[in-house]
Design a protein around this ligand. Structure first.
Ligand code: ADP
Length: 481
C-alpha cells in the first residue's frame, strides 16, 4: 500500500471519528436542552391549569372543573390534560399509558410533582398533586407529545452525518492530491533513482524543488551518487593498474618459466653437441649424443607446442555436444596410457543427455589434461573415475543464482594435493613432477579452455586420499547435436 494512500486513509478515519464524536455530543446536548425547555414550559402550563381547576372547582363545582379540563384538552392538539384519582392509579384501573408506578404515586401523595419522559412513543408527562376536601387524593396530568422535538433531533443527526461526510471527503481529496504532489511523486522519483543506483547507473541527479526532509534526502542521494561515481572511477583506475601489474608479473613468470623449461634441455643439447664435435673419432659417443639431442629437441618442441596452445586461446567453432560422447571417446583414447600405468578407468554417465555448446576438440584436450594428471597421481592398481551428469550450480563469486550445468568429475585415489600447492595449481609452469615429466602447463590450458566456454573447474583434494576435479559447463537443452 502506498504511503499517500496510508496517510489519506489515516486522516479520513481519524477525521471521521473526531467529527462523528463531536456531532454525537452536540446532538445529544441539543436534545437534552430541548427536552429541558419543553419540560419547564409544560410544568408552568400544568401549574396554571391546576390553579384554574381548583378555582373552578371551588367557585362552580366539581363538574364544571372537570369540564374545564376536557375543554382545555380538546382545544390543543399537542397538549392533553387529565385529572387522575390516585387510589385508582394505585389499584391499576388507570386508562392512560404509561401508568404511574408506586413510588411516583407515593411522591404525588406526599405533595411532590412527578415528571416522566418516555422514548417510545416520545412523550412528556407532568403530574401535579391536587388536594381538595371531600375528594380522594388526585393528580393533574399534562401530557405532551415530543414527536416534533424528536424529528428535529433526527434531522440534526442527518445534518451532522452529511456535514461530516462532506468534510471528510474534502479533507481526503485534499490530502490525497497534496500528499501525492509533495510525498508520492518525490518518493517515486527517489525509489526509481535508488533502483538505478542499485543497477550501477549513477547518472542523472534528482531535481526536487522541495526544501523539506524529502528534498534533503534527494540532495543526500545526489551527493552519495557523486561520491560513488568518484570512488568507482578511483577503483577502476586502481584495478586497471593492478591488472597491468598482474599482466607484467604473468609475463615475467611466463618468461622465467619458459627460460627455465627451455634452458635445461638447451644446455643439454649444447653440451652434447660440443662433446660430439670434440669426439668425431668416436662414432658410438656421437650416436649416443645425437640420440640425446633428438630427445631434448623433441621435449623443447613439445613445450613450444603447449605454449602455442596456451597462447592461441579463444573458442572457435562451437556446436551443441553431449559431454557423455566426448568423455566416452576420451576414455577410449586414454585406455592404453592407463593400462600402461596399471590404472583402471571407471565411467558413470547420467541417463539423461548432458549437452553443452562446446568446441569438442578443445574440451577433449582440457579433460585429457585432467585425466592424465589423475592417472599420474594414482598408484598402480588404483582407479580414476569419470562421471558426467547435469547439476544446478552457480559460478564462483557470482550472485547466488543457480542454473543447470553439465558437470564432468574426474576423481582419483592418488596422494592428493598439498595446501601450499592447491592455490598455485593453475599457474603456468607450476609442477611438482620430475624434470622431463611435467611442464606445468596442463592445468592452465584446461582452465583457459573451460573459462572460454563460460565454465569453471572446481578442485577438492585431501592429502593421502585423492583429488576430485569437477568441470562445469553451462547446459543447453533441446538442441540437436
Ligand atoms: P604438470 O602435470 O605438467 O605438472 P599441470 O598443470 O597439469 O602440470 O599440473 C600442475 C600440478 O598440479 C602437478 O604437477 C601436480 O602437482 C598437481 N596435480 C594436478 N592434478 C593432480 C592430481 N589429480 N592429483 C595430485 N596432484 C595433481
Amino acid at each position: 500500500m502506498k504511503l499517500v494512500h496510508k496517510m489519506t486513509g489515516l486522516l479520513v478515519v481519524s477525521a471521521s471519528a473526531v467529527l462523528m464524536g463531536y456531532g454525537y455530543l452536540t446532538v445529544g446536548r441539543e436534545e437534552a436542552m430541548l427536552e429541558q425547555s419543553v419540560a419547564s414550559d409544560a410544568l408552568l402550563t400544568a401549574r396554571v391549569m391546576r390553579r384554574s381547576f381548583l378555582k373552578e372547582y371551588k367557585s362552580e363545582g366539581r363538574d364544571s372543573a372537570f369540564k374545564l379540563m376536557d375543554y382545555a384538552s380538546a382545544s390543543d392538539e399537542k397538549v392533553k390534560f387529565k385529572i387522575l384519582s390516585l387510589p385508582e392509579e394505585r389499584s391499576g384501573e388507570t386508562l392512560h399509558a404509561p401508568a404511574l408506578d408506586h413510588a411516583q404515586i407515593k411522591s404525588l401523595e406526599d405533595g411532590r410533582q412527578v415528571l416522566v419522559i418516555s422514548a417510545n412513543p416520545p412523550l412528556l408527562q407532568v403530574y401535579l398533586p391536587v388536594v381538595l376536601p371531600n375528594e380522594p387524593p388526585m393528580a393533574l396530568l399534562l401530557e405532551e407529545s415530543l414527536l416534533r422535538e424528536r424529528e428535529h433531533v433526527a434531522l440534526s443527526e442527518v445534518h451532522v452525518v452529511i456535514a461530516t461526510m462532506t468534510l471528510v471527503l474534502l479533507m481526503g481529496t485534499i490530502s490525497f492530491v497534496v500528499g501525492s504532489k509533495i510525498v508520492g511523486q518525490p518518493i517515486n522519483l527517489l525509489t526509481e533513482k535508488a533502483r538505478r543506483v542499485g543497477q550501477g547507473d549513477l547518472s542523472g541527479p534528482l531535481e526536487l524543488s522541495q526544501s523539506d526532509e524529502i528534498g534533503e534526502l534527494a540532495q543526500a542521494m545526489n551527493r552519495m551518487c557523486e561520491d560513488l561515481a568518484r570512488e568507482t572511477d578511483r577503483r577502476l583506475e586502481a584495478l586497471e593498474q593492478l591488472r597491468h601489474a598482474e599482466r607484467l608479473a604473468t609475463v615475467g613468470q611466463l618468461a622465467s618459466g619458459i627460460a627455465h623449461e627451455l634452458g635445461t634441455p638447451l644446455n643439454v643439447v649444447l653440451g652434447r653437441a660440443m662433446m660430439s664435435a670434440a669426439a668425431t673419432d668416436n662414432p658410438d659417443l656421437v650416436a649416443e649424443n645425437s640420440q640425446i639431442i633428438v630427445e631434448q629437441t623433441e621435449r623443447m618442441a613439445s613445450i613450444i607446442r603447449q605454449l602455442l596452445d596456451f597462447a592461441r586461446r579463444g573458442v572457435t567453432a562451437t556446436a551443441p555436444a553431449d559431454l557423455r560422447d566426448i568423455v566416452r571417446q576420451l576414455v577410449e583414447l586414454l585406455k592404453p596410457l592407463a593400462n600402461e600405468a596399471h590404472v583402471r578407468l571407471g565411467v558413470d554417465f547420467s541417463p539423461s543427455e548432458a549437452k553443452a555448446l562446446v568446441n569438442a576438440s578443445q574440451i577433449e584436450q582440457a579433460l585429457t589434461n585432467l585425466v592424465v594428471n589423475a592417472i599420474h597421481a594414482v598408484p598402480e592398481g588404483g582407479e580414476v573415475h569419470l562421471r558426467v551428469e547435469v547439476a544446478g550450480a552457480c559460478p564462483p563469486g557470482e550472485l547466488q543464482v543457480v542454473t543447470p550445468h553439465v558437470r564432468v568429475t574426474i576423481e582419483d585415489e592418488g596422494g592428493g594435493i598439498s595446501e601450499e600447492a592447491l592455490p598455485r595449481l593453475f599457474e603456468p609452469f607450476f609442477t611438482t613432477k620430475d624434470v622431463g615429466r611435467g611442464t606445468g602447463l596442463g592445468l592452465p590450458i584446461a582452465h583457459g579452455i573451460v573459462d572460454d566456454h563460460g565454465g569453471w573447474i572446481q578442485v577438492e583434494s585431501e592429502l593421502g586420499r585423492g583429488s576430485r576435479f569437477s568441470v562445469y559447463l553451462p547446459q543447453i537443452e533441446g538442441a540437436t547435436a
